[in-house]
Design a protein around this ligand. Structure first.
Ligand code: GLV
Ligand code: GLV
Length: 317
């Protein structure tokens, strides 16, 4: 049986243990780079997570490795070219987490707009004495303008959700054609115009050299004081020092982040001291349904790769 290192315990692996020798990392934290190398050495396959760094040195240290299957859609932690140069296909899991992640973007938008977390804290603190006419007044989501940065699978799924809220949708994306924009009632625009006009800005780009710190001081200063910035993509798309200064100055008014730089965010990070910044711990795909589907997708990629067949979803074809 092929031998496979799985770098964290994920749900739904039981059926695969009948046909693969699975060595599963049971630690509460990810393996260190050294532990990852040592456990992967001698394996045919590796199921990796976004917390593993797979660079050229890593691939050189595990010469027998034939296949990598990433348990995520994003693969910015992997040097895809280095894998390809060594004949190693890298699988990933697009599609199955689109709806869960779009739901999370909407959750953050609504929670930010309607003060859900401060409201819950207020009740728990015993401060709720009466119905207050001016308590925790938020911003309307219904009918507002939504700016989507990165109109791929997840960006499009966020736009679909916004229809029920009668939102005007602006989008910037290198893959959005004029025909698609017209057919889906989305206005393709420049990044600057999107930032200037949107009440909610939601980020759905992959992290690449082009999108690293795409949102910095200049971009944040274009946003409205009433606007909310939502990030469920990768933390590094936003410059965190610039975001801290911008939120302190109240422009944009709020940020709701599922992903951060660094990740995890240390408890004493300046962003966590701000009342207008909501941070949750990278939960975009965290539903039972999505995570089980990710296991199936990752294992289908892995097994195809081990058989020498094309993967259903290969990130470095
Ligand atoms: C999660 O962030 C993923 O890339 O799947
Ligand atoms: C609020 O609860 C209302 O009835 O207006």
């Amino acid at each position: 049986m092929p031998k496979v290192f799985v770098s964290r315990r994920v749900i739904g692996l039981e059926p695969y243990a009948e046909r693969l020798t699975l060595d599963i990392w049971e630690g509460a934290l990810p393996p260190s780079p050294r532990e990852l190398r040592e456990r992967t050495r001698g394996c045919d396959g590796l199921v990796s997570l976004l917390t593993d760094r797979l660079d050229a040195d890593f691939f050189d240290s595990v010469p027998g490795l034939k296949v990598v299957s990433q348990y995520a859609v994003g693969v910015n932690n992997i040097d895809l070219a280095a894998a390809k140069a060594r004949g190693i296909p890298v699988g990933h899991t697009p599609g199955v987490l689109t709806d869960a992640t779009a739901d999370m973007a909407f959750t953050l938008m609504l929670a930010a707009a309607r003060n859900v977390v401060p409201g819950a804290d207020y009740v728990k603190a015993g401060k709720w004495k009466t119905w207050e006419p001016a308590l925790l007044l938020g911003q309307s989501v219904y009918g507002a303008t939504l700016g989507i940065i990165g109109y791929g699978r997840i960006g499009k799924a966020v736009a679909e959700r916004s229809r029920g809220f009668k939102m005007r949708v602006l989008a910037v994306s290198p893959t959005l054609s004029a025909e698609q924009a017209a057919a889906e009632d989305v206005t393709a625009t420049s990044l600057d115009d999107l930032l200037r006009e949107s009440d909610f800005v939601s980020i759905h780009t992959p992290l690449t050299p082009d999108t690293y710190h795409l949102i910095g001081a200049r971009e944040l200063a274009l946003m409205k004081p009433t606007a909310t910035l939502v990030n469920t993509a990768r933390g590094e798309v936003i410059d965190p020092a610039a975001l801290y200064e911008a939120l302190r100055a109240g422009r944009p008014g709020f940020a709701a982040l599922d992903v951060t730089e660094p990740e995890p965010l240390p408890p004493d990070h300046p962003l966590l001291s701000l009342p207008n910044c909501l941070v949750v711990p990278h939960l975009g795909s965290a539903t039972m349904q999505a995570r089980l589907a990710m296991t199936r997708s990752a294992m289908a990629n892995l097994e195809a790769g081990l058989r020498g067949e094309p993967m259903p979803h290969c990130a470095n074809p």
